[in-house]
Design a protein around this ligand. Structure first.
Ligand code: SF4
Length: 279
C-alpha cells in the first residue's frame, strides 16, 4: 500500500519512522490499532496519561484567561496538584515582558511535496525580537538536553516556526536566531531544558526533514523494516503484532540509560499523540 495522499507529516509520525519504519507503516499507512499498552504497570501508565492530559488542558485554559482559582479545584490527584502548584509558582510563560501568547498554535508548511504540521503547547512572542516555544512535560525525570535536541519534536517545532510563523510576528518571518525551545518539566520546574536555534541548524533541519519525507515516500511496503534495536519494542504497543514479545516494558526501574530514555519518551510521546487528537 502506498503512503496515503492526505497524510500530513508531524513530529510524532517522523519520530516513529526514525525509531522503527515498521511502526510508522502500521500506525500511519495501515492504521492498525492494537490493544496493548506501551508500558507496565497498566494502571499507572494509563493514570499518568490521563493526568498529563488534564494538566495540559488546565494550563491551556489558564493561558486563555481562566483564573487560577477556578482551575485549582480540578487538581484533586496528588501528582496533578503538585504539577499545578509548580506551574502556578514558577509561571514559566510569564518570564518575558510585553509578549503575546499563542496557546495551542498550529503551523504547517509544504515540504518535499507534502505537508509538515506542528501543534504547539504554547508560543510566546515578543514581536520583532524573539519567540519562545514552550512544551509541558509531565514525565517523572527531566529529559537530557542532548536527547531532546535530537528529537524530531525539537527539529520540527523550531523549523516550522522559522519557516511558517511570520503571521505571529507582524508578517515578518522569524530569524532562526530569535527562536528558542523550552521543555518545562512539571516535576522539575526549576530546571527547564532550553534549546536556542540558529541559521545553521535551520538549514540542517530543512535538509534532514526533506530527506526523511522523500525517503518515506520512496519506500515499498516491504522496505518498512522492523527495528533492529529490540529494546524499542518493549515500549511499543505493536510488540505482539510483530512477534517481539507480549510483556510491556516497566516504567521507572530500568538502569540502562538508553532503555530508560525509550520508556520516558515513549510515555511522553504517546501522550502527545493523544493530545494531537484531543485538542
Ligand atoms: S514492536 Fe518493535 S518492530 Fe514492531 S512496530 Fe513496534 S518497535 Fe517496530
Amino acid at each position: 500500500m502506498t503512503i496515503p495522499a492526505d497524510l500530513q507529516f508531524s513530529q510524532a509520525s517522523l519520530q516513529d519512522f526514525v525509531d522503527c519504519p515498521r511502526r510508522f507503516y502500521l500506525r500511519y499507512v495501515l492504521r492498525v490499532t492494537w490493544p496493548a499498552v506501551a508500558a507496565e504497570p497498566v494502571e499507572e501508565y494509563e493514570r499518568h496519561q490521563q493526568l498529563g492530559l488534564t494538566f495540559h488542558r488546565m494550563v491551556q485554559q489558564h493561558l486563555v484567561g481562566i483564573p487560577e482559582a477556578r482551575l485549582t479545584p480540578l487538581a484533586a490527584d496528588p501528582d496533578l496538584e503538585r504539577w499545578w502548584r509548580n506551574y502556578c509558582v514558577y509561571r514559566p510563560a510569564e518570564m518575558l515582558p510585553d509578549t503575546t501568547r499563542y496557546p495551542e498554535a498550529t503551523l504547517t508548511a509544504a515540504l518535499a511535496g507534502r505537508r509538515l504540521l506542528a501543534k504547539y503547547d504554547l508560543v510566546v512572542v515578543q514581536p520583532g525580537q524573539r519567540a519562545v516555544i514552550f512544551d509541558w512535560k509531565t514525565s517523572p525525570k527531566r529529559g537530557k538536553p542532548l536527547t531532546l535536541k535530537a528529537r524530531l519534536q525539537t527539529r520540527v517545532y523550531r523549523y516550522l516556526l522559522a519557516r511558517a510563523g511570520a503571521h505571529l510576528n507582524g508578517g515578518q518571518p522569524f530569524d532562526p536566531a530569535q527562536i528558542e525551545m523550552v521543555y518545562w518539566f512539571a516535576e522539575h520546574p526549576e530546571a527547564p531544558v532550553r534549546l536556542p536555534y540558529d541559521a545553521a541548524q535551520y538549514h540542517d533541519d530543512k535538509v534532514y526533514l526533506t530527506g526523511l519525507i522523500e525517503q518515506i515516500l520512496s519506500l515499498d511496503e516491504d522496505a518498512f523494516l522492523l527495528t533492529e534495536d529490540e529494546r524499542r519494542c518493549a515500549y511499543c504497543p505493536y510488540r505482539s503484532y510483530c512477534d517481539r514479545g507480549v510483556k510491556a516494558g516497566t516504567l521507572g526501574d530500568d538502569e540502562d540509560d538508553a532503555t530508560e530514555d525509550f520508556a520516558e519518551l515513549r510515555v511522553e510521546f504517546d501522550f502527545e499523540q493523544i493530545a494531537e487528537i484531543a485538542f
